[in-house]
Design a protein around this ligand. Structure first.
Ligand code: SAM
Ligand code: SF4
Ligand code: SF4
Length: 343
């Protein structure tokens, strides 16, 4: 049977990848100064962020999200910076939840304000939350978050998210050699006991400020061997398009872990993700130098058809595959900072 092109969907990009999920960054601000993202030596405690008037409003972001959904996006994720520092985020969640055709609406957060905000976000229609937490040990967590933030507050946030029905809660751990690699087993043990899926992320060379070195990366193989020595693991199938983690179940049946191995096992071939920065730029890769600025269209009275056209053109011309090309040749190439577009 011949499959006819769907006129409502964005055409595939140059490598045949379909637009399927969208991350929306609501702010570039953050209350943390994680060593691998916004190191305190570079950004200080009161770094200059984008002025409020330049951020897209929730209404403008919702309009863009609706256009992306009309082009084939099914999954939406709110991110940042730290999304929970933007005021009245639940209003935005409610606007996104009302878009027909969205099958998943999730949020990535450092969890610092989740104890207070999980309930209103869930009530507004948020379905799932991913919390970043790099250690259960206070001294290590303080070194990772750069501001001495109490781990107990993040744990309270995770509990609040579960109580509010934002399940299953996933926990993201960026592993940086010499800082928190000794925490892999304690975090896995905790995940097993709490029924949480912990996902270990290889430290990536995003942006230009974190001083990334390959030596600081703890690769997927080493992470899996470290966990597997304690509790044998068995591979699981991926859940579907847009899922970047490989999944492993504990052979004794006590849950699963995930690995996001963008450095040692790149997955560009399956990357169906677009990102919008808080100022309305469309990025088709986490490692891109520039985005397609949609804000002049959004603020300049462009019709939906014109904006849709801009998105389609950007996606159709997409040839990003940075992680597969990562080598000396890509070293030093200009790249956007992670907090500007979300993970
Ligand atoms: N502030 C929120 C948070 O930390 O969850 C959302 C934005 S943060 C940029 C999104 C994700 O990117 C987090 O899980 C964070 O740990 C991850 N991340 C940031 N810098 C990274 C790096 N250099 N390598 C790997 N993951 C990174
Ligand atoms: Fe903030 Fe998230 Fe970046 Fe940490 S990873 S500095 S919490 S934006
Ligand atoms: Fe997608 Fe770019 Fe990451 Fe490859 S490097 S998986 S294209 S975001």
């Amino acid at each position: 049977m011949r499959v006819l092109p769907d006129p409502d969907r964005a055409p595939p990009d140059r490598f045949g990848r379909r637009l399927h999920d969208l991350r929306i960054s609501v702010t570039d601000r953050c209350n943390f100064r994680c060593v691998y993202c916004m190191p305190v030596e570079v950004f200080g405690r009161d770094a200059a962020f984008v002025p409020r008037a330049e951020l897209l409003t929730y209404e403008e972001m919702t309009r863009l999200a609706r256009l992306f959904v009309s082009l084939g996006v099914e999954k939406l994720r709110i991110t940042g910076g730290e999304p929970l520092v933007r005021r009245d985020l639940h209003d935005f969640v409610a606007m996104l939840a009302a878009i027909p055709g969205v099958t998943d609406l999730a949020l990535t957060t450092n969890g610092s304000a989740l104890a207070r905000l999980a309930r209103p976000l869930a009530d507004a229609g948020l379905r799932r939350v991913t919390v970043s937490l790099d250690s259960l040990d206070q001294a290590t967590f303080s070194r990772m978050n750069g501001i001495d933030f109490p781990v107990s507050r993040v744990l309270e946030g995770i509990d609040a998210a579960r109580d509010a029905g934002l399940a299953p809660v996933k926990v993201n751990v960026v592993v940086r050699r010499g800082l928190n690699d000794a925490d892999i087993v304690p975090l896995a043990r905790w995940g097993r006991a709490e029924g949480l899926t912990v996902r270990f992320i290889e430290y990536m060379d995003v942006g230009h400020t974190n001083g990334w070195k390959m030596d600081d990366v703890v690769g997927a193989t080493e992470i899996l061997e470290t966990i597997g020595r304690e509790w044998p693991l068995e591979p699981l199938d991926r859940v579907g398009p847009g899922e970047v983690a490989t999944r492993w179940r504990y052979a004794d049946g006590l849950g699963e872990v995930g690995i996001i191995a963008s450095v040692t096992r790149p997955f560009c071939g399956e990357c169906t993700r677009a990102r919008i920065s808080a100022v309305g730029e469309l990025y088709t890769c986490l490692f891109a130098a520039n985005g397609t600025d949609l804000r002049p269209l959004v603020r300049g009275g462009a019709t939906d058809a014109t904006i849709r056209d801009g998105i389609v053109r950007a996606w159709a011309g997409r040839d990003d595959r940075y992680s597969e090309r990562r080598s000396q040749e890509t070293e030093g190439l200009p790249r956007v900072e992670m907090f500007a577009i979300g993970g």
